[in-house]
Design a protein around this ligand. Structure first.
Ligand code: SAH
Length: 226
């Protein structure tokens, strides 16, 4: 069974969007993973198809109603569905390469995209939603965040990236930032490719790349070394 992503959103027409391009799009077409986008509004029962209401206790904005959202979740992922249920949320645990790797090995994900001020806390608790953030800034909605999460996950699904584009060396895979890359021409605007890379000495190249990785990480992201 391949990785199956189900997104619940007020803007299903945004999907697959960038997830339909390049290798991810090819993987989607070949059935290496699948994607559905469900319109939350379809679960509203009143004439105006209302999905939100004013925050209890006052304040600005609107809140997604728990009954509508719960009905959508229970329909998309009935009891027994093994997929983790995720809510994109700036209050969530920051997305990491490690979580992306775990998700890529699993059956898929059910992803709720918030809008307005967010969603009623009772549906977060009642449906045990795992809150995931893509960074310390606030977006207008969860759709782009869901795409970020899925893009990070889907490229790790076996077979989606070719051997030529493998990820063993990549940033975060070994807890470090990646070393710098070079390609021809040999001289660009007066700057040569570092000599070691054209030396043909494989051992030396590996050591140089490790040093560069270490140095970059120390300078830019010392938090990763802790
Ligand atoms: N009032 C909320 C922000 C709501 S933004 C707060 O202060 O925490 C509206 C929706 O956009 C959220 O429900 C969430 O689904 C999505 N969103 C915004 N920023 C995000 C982020 N950094 N990571 C993931 N999702 C985010």
């Amino acid at each position: 069974m391949s990785f199956s992503a189900a997104v619940i959103t007020l803007f299903p027409e945004l999907f697959p969007g960038p997830l339909g391009a390049s290798v991810l799009g090819r993987g989607l077409a070949e059935g290496l993973w699948s994607l559905s986008a469900t319109q939350l509004r379809d679960f509203a029962s009143d004439r105006h198809r209302t999905v939100d209401d004013t925050p209890s206790g006052g304040g600005a904005g609107m809140v997604l109603k728990p009954d509508i959202l719960a009905k959508a979740i229970d329909t998309v992922a009935p009891q027994g569905d093994p997929r983790p249920r995720i809510l994109m949320s700036p209050r969530g645990r920051p997305l990491t390469q490690q979580r992306a790797r775990e998700l890529a090995l699993g059956p898929g994900a059910v992803i709720v995209c918030g809008r307005f001020e967010g969603v009623d806390q009772r549906v977060i608790d009642g449906r045990a939603l795992e809150e995931i953030s893509i960074g310390d800034y606030v977006l207008a909605g969860g759709e782009v965040a869901a795409m970020v999460l899925l893009e990070a996950v889907v490229r790790l699904i076996p077979g989606v990236l070719g051997k030529a584009e493998s990820h063993a060396d990549e940033s975060f895979e070994n807890g470090l930032l990646e070393y710098p890359h070079y390609t021809r021409p040999q001289t660009f605007e007066g700057v040569d490719i570092p000599q070691v890379l054209t030396s043909g000495d494989h051992g030396k190249i590996v050591r140089w790349r490790q040093e560069q990785s270490m140095e970059l990480t120390r300078r830019r992201r010392p938090d990763l070394l802790k």
